[in-house]
Design a binder for this molecule. Sequence first.
Ligand code: IPE
Ligand code: IPE
Ligand code: MG
Length: 242
Amino acid sequence: MAENLPTSPSGAVPRHIAIIMDGNGRWAEERGLPRRDGHRAGAESVRKCVETCGEIGVEYLTLYAFSSENWKRPKTEVDALMRLLEAFLKEKTKEMKKQNVRLQAIGRIDLLPERCQKQLHKSIQETSENSGLTLVLALSYGSREEIIDGIKSVLRAVREGHIDEAMIDPDLFGKHLYTRYYPDPDLLIRTSGEMRISNFLLWQISYAEIYITPKLWPDFGNDDLKEAVADYARRHRRFGAL
Ligand code: IPE
Ligand code: IPE
Ligand code: MG
């Protein structure tokens, strides 16, 4: 695949950026506010980030918005996040249409509240003809679950005779993941300083460049994103070669 060839630090813009948007709760706690206010502020960072990615020519932006493990949070917080998601989609779809953004989602969407699912499908449908940035929201997403679903899908294909076991390789397996329509991320950003992946795109980030910033997600602005991209552009990607 052409996108997997080694590249030199040419100032290139990453084709696909994936972000673990972390630190909303701490942002709110620092201000003596309820955690949901942190999530609301985080939604504004999403808006800015989508705008900047579109401007600088990023093709795919995958945002980790809600993990499979986040269901373990108190019901009040989960409910607030789901309401916020629905409101965000309702409010921003028009803007996405104007910005030529195509919305997509990965994860166990069927586990989201019905109202969220409906709004999500509506927003995806209404932006499906757009040809600019593809914004992928990871919702009720867990990478281990995705890999297990992928294994089941491959087994089914073998059982039904569509493929032979000998054909299974990384490329084929990638076509059985939720992310099959997108190239692998080139740059993975995590905000709020945590040095972990938290079950996000484990397969797909094999050769992503990692950028971790102490900034909390609601404080992560256009300049921070541009700094992350500039840092990426200075790196030598080698993909195991010399
Ligand atoms: C990220 O912020 C948003 C979600 C996980 C939904 P957090 O809510 O994890 O914020 P912290 O990590 O508690 O500060
Ligand atoms: C990762 O953040 C999930 C999202 C950003 C949606 P978490 O705050 O849930 O991750 P941990 O608990 O710090 O690993
Ligand atoms: Mg967190």
